[in-house]
Design a binder for this molecule. Sequence first.
Ligand code: GDP
Length: 296
Amino acid sequence: MATALSEKFSRLVKTMSGQARITEDNVQDMLREVRMALLEADVALPVVRDFVARVKEKALGQEVLGSLKPGQALVGIVNRELAATMGEGISDINLVAQPPAVILMAGLQGAGKTTTTAKLAKHLIEKRKKKVLTVSGDVYRPAAIEQLKTVTKQAGAEWFPSSADQKPIDIVRAAIDHARRHFFDVLLVDTAGRLAIDEVLMAEIKALHAELNPVETLFVVDAMQGQDAVNTAKAFKEALPLTGIILTKTDGDSRGGAALSVRQITGVPIKFAGTSEKIDGLEVFDAERHAGRILG
Ligand code: GDP
């Protein structure tokens, strides 16, 4: 994976690899490069600091200083630590619940919640052989309800109607009732998002969570969001007991540092990655591949 690293970083690796012994100064130089690479990838500063401190602790141990190829050993540590930080946890959707297993989708407007709800429905139908119902609690944007209807159809799932004159809590109660009576395995609940964190909306999604008791509460976040992803993640983590993350728009040209920030701040696994606008553009999150990309 050394080829995936920045040029300067690679040069340092080579220099260090040629040396029989390395010093603490060499390690510091390399850590500086790691830090730069992470910042360039838009990983949030506190997350970078934490990460570099963990790598340093390992790097200054016997593993690197006593190694025959210290440069390579350090690169190995960085890659492993990056992949481990982003990759720990169970990646598939938990459906262990009295049916219907409820999945609550949370995130800012534009993050990709509605699209991802349909992608997930398709995944659960095709890969897990489940009968899936979707419902939208976004009473503020009738277009969003229509959008969910359209994409749900594309996914081959069923859609439960809702409208702007209803209360979100009443909508989800009715949807659960319908799902129970018609033997759905899964109910996917799309929710309203705003362009920025909004207290009223946070209170609403908390109330929905309390009513639904979902088996999964997924935080949908745009990989292109960069530094802002940190504040969004903090706010959603404080409001809800999140169980997983779906990172959307990984097909964009960002280096995807948001993945590391969001993973570290929420403490929950990144389960899936959105890879296109299309209904089948959803993949199980590959931490190792993403680690290579972050280091650029
Ligand atoms: P919501 O407001 O959170 O429900 O977001 P939407 O589902 O409406 O998505 C907002 C925009 O992002 C739409 O144009 C989607 O097609 C697009 N989008 C969602 N996920 C992805 C993805 O993984 N890749 C790309 N390229 N576009 C995506």
